[in-house]
Design a protein around this ligand. Sequence first.
Ligand code: PLP
Length: 489
Amino acid sequence: MKFIETRGNDGQHPEKVSFSEAILAPISSFGGIYSPESLPDLGETFLNEQLNSDYKTLARAVLTAFDIDIKAEIIDKALSLYDTFDDPSNPVPVVKVKDDLYVSELWHGPTRAFKDMALQPFGTVLSSIAQDRNEHYLILTATSGDTGPAALETFKNKANVQVACMYPDGGTSDVQRLQMVTEDAANLKVIGVKGDFDDTQNALKHLLASKAFKGTLKEKNILLSAANSVNFGRIIFQTIYHIHSYLELIRQNAIQMGEKVYLNVPSGNFGNALGSYYAMKMGLPVEKILIASNNNNILTKLINTGAYDLRDSSVIPTTSPAMDILKSSNIERIFFDLFGTERTKELMSQLDNDKHYQLSEAELIQIQSIFSADFCDDDEGKKYIKDAFSSGYLMDPHTATCFKAYDTCRDKQLATIVYSTAEWTKFSPVIANALTGEVDAHDIDALKSIAKEAGIEIPAIISGLFDKEITQKVIIEKDEIESEILSFL
Ligand SMILES: *Cc1c(COP(=O)(O)O)cnc(C)c1O
C-alpha cells in the first residue's frame, strides 16, 4: 500500500511513499499529511474469517491486508507487546455496562491509557526501520499527560532511538508525572518546563521547524522525528480494536454478524475516531460514529453546523485534559477521503490563514451521514461517573463524555460501543470528587478513597510509582529547552 498527501503534491516531495517512509517523514507538500491511497476490504468475508481470532491474530490479518512494507517478524515482535497487557489473551476487554451500552477498555497496557494501544507496537516498528536504514532518530514529544508516559515506555532501551519528552511542570496529574520522572533508561530524557502545555507544544513546534536545530543534529548524525498522533504508524494500530470490539459483541451474543452498531469515541486530536472511520469504510457494519467532546466543543460544532472556527477561542481547562484541544489534526484525513485533495487544501489553508472555514450544505450532509456529536461539561461528566458507579461501573472522566453522547446522539436503539481511554487511576482526584464530594490535592489520597469506596485495590503498577526513585529531575525555563536537549544528546 502507498500513501499520498492530503493537500496534493508540489512536485518536490515524492508523489507516493511507502508505509515506512510515511512514518519517518510525516511532513509533506503544502503542510498536508500522508494518508492511504486506498483501503482494503475488511467486510463480512473478512469478519467471518476472523470471528474467533484472538487480538494478535486479528491484528496480523488487518496489517497484512494493508500490505505495509514491514517484515512479518517485526510485526510479530511489535504485536507481542500486547502480551504485557493485563490479560494477554484479551488485551482489550469489552464489558457490558447497561442495556445496549458496551465499553471497550483500551487502557490495560503499561501506562493505563489508550495511547499504549498504538504507541506500544509503534515503538518496535520505528526502531526496527531505523536499524534497517542504519539511521538514528531523536523523537521529540510534548505531553499534557498521557502521550509522554506511553512514548517513554515504548522507546525505552530501543536501538537507534532517543526520546526527549517535555511536560508542563505542575500541569499533569501526580501519577502521570511519576510515570515519566521515574523512567531511567539511558536513551530517555524527561524535561519539566516552567510553563503550561502550550509552552511545551510551542517549543516542540519551534524545534521541529528549526533549520539550525536540525543542522546541529545532523552533525551528530541524528534525524528528527515526532511520535504525534497524525503519524500513520499510530493510526494503523487504532483501526484494529474497533474491529475487535465488534467481533467481541458477536461472541458475547449481543449482536449478529452484519448488525449495525454505534461506535462512541471520546475525541481530541481525532486519531481514535479516524481509526473508527477507516474501520467503517473498510466494511465494519457501523450505523454512525458518535463523537464525544468536553467543553472544548469545536468538533461538536463542526459536525452539527459545518463551521470550524478558531477565532476568539482558547483552550478551556477541563477534567478530561487529554481532550482539551482546539486544532484536531486528523479531521484533515476525513476531508481528504470524502472531498479530495483540492478541497482539503482549500479548507486547511482557510484555517491557517483566516482561522475558520465553513463546509457546504452538501459536505455537511455527508459528514452527518457518518458522524453525530455532542459535548459533556465537567459537572455533567461527574454525574455520569457517579451514576455509572452506582450501577457498578467505575470510569474515568474522558469515558464519561461518551455516556452523554450515548444519551443524546442515537436515533436507533442499536448496540453501542463506548471506547474507554483511561483507567480510573490516571484521573483519580476528579473521580473521587464525583463519588464522594471530597477535594483531594494529591492523587494518592484520591486513589485510596476510590479504592475504599469501590472495594478494590490500587493496581500495583500505579501504587508502586509512589515508592520509585525519581531519576529525571530536570525542571527548566522555556528558553533552556534546546540547550538541555542538545546536552542530553
Ligand atoms: C489522547 C486521549 C484522548 C483523545 O484521543 P484522540 O485520538 O486524540 O482523539 C482521549 N482520552 C484519553 C484518556 C487520551 O489519552
